[in-house]
Write a protein that binds this ligand. Structure first.
Ligand SMILES: [Zn+2]
Length: 428
């Protein structure tokens, strides 16, 4: 891969190490490195407008100034992106970075990943997938379970502590569900060998639901993910309310995997934060979601991905569903569920293929860009600290040729990525 990892990352790592070992207050902060980005065009996805000839001044990890007449201090590193369109980083609202099923060894069956690949191996794959996502401009990823024994937490911590570059990770820990999760194990594998864990936490009673949430919080989750209706015994609206209440005690929102209309109805009635997958989201469900402001993480899969066929009929349903959601003003996020390997593509490039569905559904590019950015920051709850290119915010900045307001495919050619004020990729 042709990205350049800045030596500044080493600086970040050193800072973390020093702070972790120094309990007493550190006197004056040493001067932070200054970087001035000359943005030929600067896209504001909130308004769908492009300003010209802007300067973004970054001090350390944060944006210090932004505007047309920003003075560039002596000694600042200047990055000339005057030929590119600069914009804030992108958000993938539903992925599984420590899961990558492939032809070998698991014959493209995700069940087999659990028995053929250790959590340690999957954590290393997750580090790689995170780097691949960042190289495509995704600076935030919601990582929604199926990550072995908390490899998602390890990934988040490794990135936060500066051991490796990667997106900001909002991780769910282990998916909580009624007995079996999304598995259909034999009695002996489930009861004698506990095969469901650690991919799913069985929680069938109120006590078990509370305990499962607390376990995830204890082991580093930042959001709670539940199986609403993976089994016929699913969760009722009352049970989901209990889960939402208990999660809220730790400041966490709840995403529900939903695959049936009764499940969708229960999740919406309970006031869940976000619903993953669109199969059960009818016009009626979309109207109810819009009324309650429930986020839609539709995970709409395009056709043509090698090894992952989608029939024309299924694709038409997917496109019609997204169109209907937009028409009903449901809050939309860009989400893929792309948790497999496709030859010749990085994980980030694979996610970019999902833009096609939004184009085919006739969603205006400005709205898709909001789903990829503004809505992504909101569903991730970073919107007050990270995402928008604003003074005081963490400096997550990308740049592309062309203009994604005219053609979303411009996003497939990310030329520059800055994460937390550190240049990660620079091809100009
Ligand atoms: Zn998923």
């Amino acid at each position: 891969m042709r990205y350049i990892v800045s030596a500044l990352l080493i600086g970040l790592l050193t800072d973390v190490g020093v702070n972790a070992q120094t309990p007493t207050p550190v006197p004056a902060q040493p001067p932070q490195p200054l970087t001035a980005i000359r943005a030929g065009r600067l896209l504001d996805p909130e308004t769908g407008t492009v300003l010209t000839n802007q300067v973004i001044l970054v001090e350390g990890r944060r944006i210090r100034e932004v505007g047309p007449n920003v003075a560039i201090p002596a000694g600042a590193q200047v990055i000339d992106l005057s030929k590119l369109l600069v914009m804030p980083g992108l958000v993938e609202a539903h992925n599984h970075l420590a899961l990558t099923y492939k032809p070998v060894p698991e014959n493209n069956v995700y069940y087999y990943t659990y028995v053929q690949e250790s959590t340690a191996l999957r954590a290393i794959q997750a580090a790689s997938n995170g780097i691949q996502m960042l190289a495509s401009g995704f600076t935030i990823v919601r990582d929604m379970g199926n990550n072995g024994n908390y490899a998602d937490t390890a990934l988040r911590q490794a990135i936060e502590q500066g051991w490796i570059p990667g997106p900001t990770i909002i991780n769910s820990g282990i998916i909580i569900g009624g007995m079996g999760g999304q598995f259909f194990p034999t009695p002996e594998m489930a009861k004698d060998h506990n095969i469901v864990y650690p991919e799913y936490l069985d929680a069938d009673t109120p006590d078990e639901m509370v305990k499962a949430i607390r376990q995830n919080v204890l082991f580093g989750a930042k959001v709670i993910k539940i199986c609403v209706d993976c089994k016929p015994y699913g969760y009722t609206a009352d049970e989901i309310r209990l889960i939402i209440r208990e999660s809220a005690k730790s400041g966490m929102k709840v995403e529900g995997h939903v695959q049936t209309i009764p499940g969708a109805r229960n999740a919406i009635e309970a006031g869940i934060w976000s619903i993953a997958h669109s199969g059960a989201l009818t016009d009626e469900m979309h109207k109810l979601m819009a009324q309650k402001g429930i986020w839609r993480a539709g995970t709409e899969t395009p056709p043509g991905l090698q090894g992952h066929p989608v029939s024309p009929e299924a694709y038409q349903r997917t496109v019609d569903g997204l169109k209907n959601a937009y028409a009903n003003k449901v809050p939309l996020t860009f989400s893929t569920d792309a948790d497999y390997w496709v030859e010749g593509k990085t994980r980030g490039e694979l996610c970019m293929e999902f833009l096609r569905v939004w184009t085919d559904a006739g969603i205006p590019n400005a709205a898709t860009l909001r789903a990829l950015t503004i809505n992504g920051y909101k569903v991730s709850e970073t919107e007050n600290t990270r995402g928008p290119i604003k003074v005081g915010f963490f400096a997550d900045v990308i740049a592309v040729p062309g203009n994604p307001l005219d053609d979303l495919n411009a996003l497939k050619s990310v030329q520059f990525v800055m994460k937390d004020g550190v240049v990660f990729k620079r091809m100009v």
